[in-house]
Design a protein around this ligand. Structure first.
Ligand code: ZN
Length: 258
């Protein structure tokens, strides 16, 4: 079993700015308490993460101090719940409280440093993580994806494939195609979250949008998060500020911003 430091070192070979999710969540809750005077119980947590059970198994315990979780995601974290999902959770915000939306595609890093796979509970072999992204990239690299509306029988996977299709050249030429595809999906998730936010009336003062790459390890390693943005929007004034430097300042110095 790797030590926590060893596990983090393995993950940071691929994502130098990653931190353990529970440590990062604790830092976020402290930051939100100090900046807005709101304890964790005043924040409604929504996430947009892959349906993969590993994300439940490796969910940061400290996140349970917030109200939630409302799940907006589906395969590889795209917010498939759409406008109706956004409107539903908007009605669940504690009075006088705020909303945190954590959105991320995910990717595995095994204890021996393999990118794109993990060992799962009860298994010795390494299996794909994210399996949906891996399947989509495999089809992309073999020119098997055709532009068009996704099939109703496999709508979420079809959506992921359509997101990747315009970036075929970029992904094909990357040294790690699955890692590159994960960045493409992260950008698509961010764009969709922002569109959904623009079109939803959220009855809260503060909206936190925390975008990241979520990294799953083998069971003994836990999960890690490489931030891509941490924005706070005052929903009364419309003003948005960048909280990521403040979050990084609360995390151990070993974290290397990229
Ligand atoms: Zn997945």
């Amino acid at each position: 079993m790797p030590s926590a430091a060893d596990a983090l070192a393995v993950v940071q070979q691929h994502y130098p700015d990653a931190d353990p999710t529970d440590l990062q969540t604790g830092a976020l809750l402290d930051l939100l308490q100090e900046a807005f005077g709101l304890p964790p119980s005043q924040w409604l947590l929504a996430d947009s993460l892959c349906a993969d059970e590993v994300n439940s198994l490796e969910y940061p315990p400290r996140a349970s101090q917030m109200v939630g979780v409302f799940h907006l995601g589906g395969l590889d974290g795209f917010p498939h719940a759409g406008l109706t999902g956004m409107a539903a959770f908007g009605g669940h915000v504690p009075d006088g409280g705020g909303v945190v939306i954590y959105h991320a595609p995910h990717i595995g890093v095994s204890s021996d440093g393999q990118l794109g796979g993990i060992r799962r509970i009860g298994q010795e072999r390494v299996t794909a993580c994210c399996g949906a992204a891996r399947a989509a990239v495999t089809r992309l690299l073999s020119d098997a994806i055709v532009a068009g509306d996704p099939s109703p029988l496999d709508y979420q996977q079809g959506t992921i494939e359509q997101i990747l299709l315009p970036y075929a050249t970029r992904i094909r030429s990357a040294s790690a195609p699955l890692k590159e595809a994960t960045e493409v999906i992260a950008d698509a998730i961010t764009e969709r979250i922002d569109t959904l936010v623009e079109q939803t009336k959220i009855p809260a003062r503060w909206l936190i949008r925390f975008g990241a790459i979520l990294i799953n390890g083998d069971p003994a390693m836990g999960s890690f998060s490489a931030p891509r943005r941490l924005l706070c929007t005052d929903l009364v004034t419309g003003e948005t500020s960048d909280l990521l430097p403040a979050l990084r300042g609360r995390l151990p110095a070993r974290s290397v911003p990229t």
